[in-house]
Write a protein that binds this ligand. Sequence first.
Ligand SMILES: [Zn+2]
Length: 135
Amino acid sequence: MKKEEKFYYEVHVYGRNGFSTSIVSDFELDEDERINLAVKQGRIDSEDVEYVDYTGELSFDEWDEHFNFDKDLLKKQIELQEEMQSKGLNLVTCGNCGTTIIHKTHSEEISCHGCGFKSEPCDFPDLFYMPSINR
Ligand SMILES: [Zn+2]
């Protein structure tokens, strides 16, 4: 594998459940192209685009260390979260302050114990969800 001929980029999304993801490209990309590629590859959702606060180029070693090592472990976390959901509980983060909250999956409204924010479940993203990992 000719790792050194590829370009590794980090794309960071703030707010909601802020996360970093990464893309690998054969070509050097400017910021807009990095974001477009991240959407195209399913690393971030199209509605995440307006929440991207920075992108950056990484060396292969940085990319490997930050984004490659934990892929399988993170998939296991998602599986465990799905197991919780199947039993009626979910682990989410507050869309306002980021506090971790457990709630019943059928709740129509969630209240954050960290900041008092009260809203529908769609404003409380799952703690672990697919676009936050490299697939
Ligand atoms: Zn909160």
